[in-house]
Design a protein around this ligand. Structure first.
Ligand code: ATP
Length: 938
């Protein structure tokens, strides 16, 4: 095996049969066939059979199996072997397990698909063109480009390295990033951690950039060798799922206790043991909300899929719930609120506005093209020539503006080769490069934020000569900058510094003996001028901002840009309103209180609405917590400030969504309640730290996700409301009947049928209910207020009582008026005999109770849809629920009317008169709840 670290990079290229221009697409495809995909083999999946078995591990299901077995043995001991009842219980449980496995696989698949969507990509040179591909498609010999924030996608030998530092902690455990050097040639037998000319898959570029040739992919990489899994593929339960699982368990245990009590009471009252046992089993079946956990999982996974279609990829399931409670959305400006399509619109020398074609214009664009990492890509010929730039939008704009006046960056790079650089970083807000001049001397170029550069400049380039920056000139330059930022322009200041050929500073830089070149280099500069570029707001954001405000969510802009640029855009988008200072709390913003025209009347940003990073650094965290409520814009902030902002908002009880893209945004993304990483411009590190990825980098997507989150929460609430009120109805039916000495109105199999078949479909259909029209006009859901607050428990209990009473009423009507008619005529002589006979075989009563229980619940499902009347939201706005209703009603009628099925369920076909009673009773929940809704509205 080749020791890639002990040979030169040229040898490595030769060995891998590759070149700096990259592999051809054909060759890459050939190699992919040979080496396979660049992925680690996933953990072996649990076989289907074992997954099926694990469905039976549930405590509730085990209770049911136990009940089925006991019922089998007891009937056997009684000499009347009844196989039907246990068989039905077992088959319904089995059906439930099959559905469980299917749901699990479906949820797993959708999560896998999501993981694919958030899989890392790699910047690779193929056919001499730089392109971004799925990291999975890399092959040995590929030339990859690495920038700060990238994951290292495969093992590779470095070809170039510029201040490259890589964090390899996940592989080596070394906590500090390692400085890499492409030029080094190392001894053969050194440890992987010491191979500074190599990079390994799973590393993270924390600083600088470089290029490398891939030496190993997939399972052949270092990580592959130790077969360590990088992805944490476990999906933990969300808080809501945990809470509901606990509720389900509590209900189950309570039911078991009631069962025991009823059983004992029955025995004391000398009721037959077998009958009492079966009644207790029925009660347990009735009380256990078997479908609940599965339904919540289905709803979350369906919701996550819907969100992915709307460009919001959820990485951590609990985020779906938190989204519904968001009260503040802190958003980056560039690319999220704006289009990130920068175009140079204004060029100013230190005297004032200039034409790009003029001397100063050319000078500024040359400097800013050299101090620039974007790559100019020219495809096609003459008339069909297409020019584009690959790089950071700010830098793309600069080289494209230069190209328009005939300055080609690639040629400039050859003319003035770069010998040193200090990359841009959003904390320093500037970037420096040093170039060799044709006359043998050197020129340093620094470009960056105006206010920062101004403090580093001692001279200004005016009218062809350098003049010292006096107080007056400083004022003039500041005003010039302000005139540009007030037009919402991003301003890049450009400065330079020349060194003679024999400069000792430069030779120390070149020999790498200067450890800390940064501090010295960016001082004593000459300001060359300012370049202004426009980045128009995204058209859809204005509406999204308004929607946010109506929904009681406060949008806050956080940007590295100048405060005036930030305020100008914030004003255009409605983030800055006329007077936010009266607002005592973010969450207190109510739809009705929002003056929609306020943004239009807005005059100028007042100091209490925008805060700069410098001010932020000066105040204590306590002060920030106190004052933060007044601010809507944070400008010239560094990523480190974002954590303070998140913490201050959280200290005020806000639920914060925060966007981020860079490596140093990761702590803020982690600290926020919902960290949102940018899918397009975001680094792998940011994506890894986030709860949600915005695949279109768009603010409006966060708002859409909040709407979905609220909708999903609402729908889960509807399903829980529905299932629990039905379960309580079932418990009451049996409990009350036993208390009054009646036989059990419903048998275990009947209850299982209702719970697992006719209840589940409507509950699932409620999960896809379209969100209420006014869902974004309500306040955010308070996170600490559980689902059962706001009178839900009361509703569940009263509606449960209603359903229970109706089923019981049907049972009593059945026994009283119909069951005696089924008896042979010679028995119907004295009323006492009739009553006793009817009680021992209450066929019609049970059938009617069974039908009313099932159908009233089906009707009741429509009540769940909204707090508004059904007539208002429209019967057909959830067609799935209508279909579920029809299918389940049909099944219910079949089970009762088709003889063999009726025998299994121990029911008898009903007469038209009996059906009419059943229908009237079943429809009552709609009437009662509609009346309740109307009275509540009044
Ligand atoms: P936002 O936080 O709204 O997304 P941003 O992250 O784009 O803004 P930064 O990238 O931190 O903000 O930019 C801050 C300032 O740094 C800009 O106002 C600009 O003056 C300067 N700047 C941005 N990009 C570059 C660059 N490539 N080279 C030099 N200076 C830059």
């Amino acid at each position: 095996m080749t020791s890639w670290h002990s040979i030169t990079k040229e040898e490595a290229l030769r060995e891998l049969d590759s070149a700096l221009t990259g592999l051809s697409k054909k060759e890459a495809a050939k190699r992919q066939k040979k080496y396979g995909f660049n992925v680690l083999e996933a953990k072996k999946k649990t076989p289907l059979f074992l997954r099926f078995i694990s469905q039976f591990k549930d405590f509730m299901i085990l209770t049911l199996i136990f009940a089925a077995l006991v019922s089998f043995f007891v009937s056997f001991l009684h000499g009347e072997l009844d196989l039907v009842e246990p068989a039905i219980i077992l088959s319904i449980i089995t059906l439930n397990a099959v559905l469980g496995v299917l749901q699990e696989s479906k949820a797993e698949k959708s999560l896998e698909a999501l993981q694919k969507m958030s899989a890392p990509s790699a910047l690779v040179m193929r056919d001499n063109l730089l392109e971004s591909i799925d990291a999975k498609e890399l092959v040995p010999g590929d030339i990859i480009y690495l920038e700060t924030g990238h994951f290292v996608p495969a093992d590779a030998r470095l070809l170039t390295s510029v201040n490259l530092k890589i964090d390899e902690a996940s592989l080596t455990g070394e906590s500090h990033p390692i400085e890499k050097d492409a030029e080094a040639i190392l001894k053969d037998n050194i440890l992987p951690a010491e191979r500074i000319n190599m990079i390994v898959a799973t590393g993270i570029v924390t600083y600088g950039r470089g290029t490398a040739v891939v030496t190993a992919t997939g399972m052949h990489t270092e990580v592959g060798h130790i077969a360590r899994m990088i992805m944490d593929d476990e999906t933990p339960m969300t808080p809501l799922q945990k809470r509901l699982a606990a509720t389900g368990k509590a209900l189950g245990i309570a039911a078991l206790i009631i069962c025991v009590i009823i059983f004992l009471v029955g025995i004391l009252k000398n009721r037959p043991i077998f009958e009492m046992f079966m009644t207790s089993v029925s009660l347990a079946v009735a009380a256990i909300p078997e479908g609940l956990p599965a339904i919540v999982t289905i709803m979350l996974s369906l919701g996550v899929q819907r969100m992915a279609k709307k460009n919001a990829v959820i990485r951590k399931l609990p985020a779906v719930e938190t989204l519904g409670s968001a009260t503040v959305i802190c958003s980056d400006k560039t690319g999220t609120l704006t289009q990130n399509k920068m175009t140079v619109t204004e060029i100013c020398s230190c005297k004032g506005k200039e034409e790009p074609e003029g001397n100063t214009g050319k000078f500024l664009l040359t400097l800013s093209s050299l101090c620039n990492d974007a790559i100019l890509q020219i495809t096609g010929k003459s008339k069909h020539q297409k020019v584009s730039a690959t790089g950071e939008p700010t830098e793309n704009a600069l080289i494209l503006a230069a190209f328009q006046i005939g300055l080609n960056k690639s040629q400039l790079d050859l003319q003035f080769p770069r010998i040193y650089e200090i990359p841009f970083d959003s904390s320093r807000k500037q970037m420096t490069t040093i170039h060799k001049l044709p006359n043998g001397g050197y020129r340093q170029i620094t470009k960056g934020a105006f206010d920062i550069l101004l403090s580093e400049c001692t001279n200004a380039y005016r009218g062809g000569k350098e003049t010292p920056i006096t107080h007056v000139l400083r004022e003039q330059l500041t005003r010039l900058n302000e005139s540009m930022t007030a037009k919402a322009l991003r301003v890049i200041a450009v400065a330079y510094k020349d060194y003679p050929a024999e400069s000792s500073y430069i030779s120390r830089l070149k020999n790498k003996t200067l450890k800390d070149g940064i501090n010295d280099a960016e001082q004593g500069l000459t300001m060359a001028g300012l370049i202004g570029m426009i980045d128009p707001p995204r058209p859809e954001v204005k509406d999204a901002v308004l929607t946010c405000q109506m929904a009681g969510i406060t949008p806050v802009m956080i940007t590295g840009d100048h405060v005036s640029t930030a305020c100008a855009i914030a004003k255009e988008l409605g983030i800055l309103t006329k007077d936010n200072s009266n607002d005592l709390s973010y969450s207190s913003l109510r739809a009705a209180e929002i003056d929609l025209k306020a943004s239009a009347r807005y005059t100028s940003p007042s100091s209490n609405q925008a805060m700069t990073g410098a001010e932020l650094s000066q105040i204590s965290q306590e002060d920030l917590v106190e004052r933060i409520k007044n601010y809507r814009v944070f400008a010239r902030v560094s990523p480190e400030h974002k954590v303070r902002i998140v913490k201050a908002l959280q200290a005020r009880g806000e639920v914060v969504a925060m966007t981020g893209d860079g490596v140093n945004d990761a702590p803020a993304l982690k600290a926020a309640d919902i960290g949102c990483a940018m899918g397009i411009s975001g680094t792998d590190v940011a994506k890894n730290a986030a709860d949600m990825i915005l695949t279109d980098d768009n603010f409006a997507t966060i708002v859409a996700a909040v709407k979905e989150g609220r909708g999903i929460y609402d729908n889960i609430k509807k399903a829980v409301h529905f299932l629990l009120s039905c379960n309580i109805g079932e418990i009451l039916t049996i409990f009350v009947a036993i208390l009054f000495g009646l036989p059990s109105p419903l048998l275990a199999v009947q209850l299982l049928w209702v719970n697992l078949v006719t209840d589940s479909l409507p509950a699932i259909s409620l999960g896809v209910d379209p969100p209420d029209k006014d869902i974004m006009k309500k306040k955010p859901l308070p996170p600490d207020k559980g689902m059962f607050a706001d009178g839900l428990t009361f509703k569940i209990i009263t509606e449960g009582i209603l359903i229970g009473s109706l089923a019981l009423l049907a049972f009593i009507i059945g026994i009283r008026f119909f069951d005696n008619n089924t008896l042979p005529s010679d028995v119907i002589r004295d009323s006492k005999t009739v009553e006793l006979a009817a009680l021992s075989t209450p066929y019609v009563g049970r059938t009617m109770a069974f039908a009313v229980l099932s159908l009233s619940q089906l009707f009741h499902s429509f009540n769940m849809r909204s707090e508004h009347s059904i007539t208002k939201i429209g019967l057909f706005s959830n067609i799935k629920l209508v279909l579920s209703f029809l299918v389940c009603s049909f099944l219910q009628v079949i089970v009762i009317s088709v003889k063999p099925l009726a025998n299994i369920f121990k029911v008898v076909p009903l007469t038209p008169a009996q059906w009419s009673i059943v229908l009237v009773l079943s429809f009552l929940p709609i009437v009662v709840v509609e009346l309740q809704k109307t009275s509540r509205k009044k």
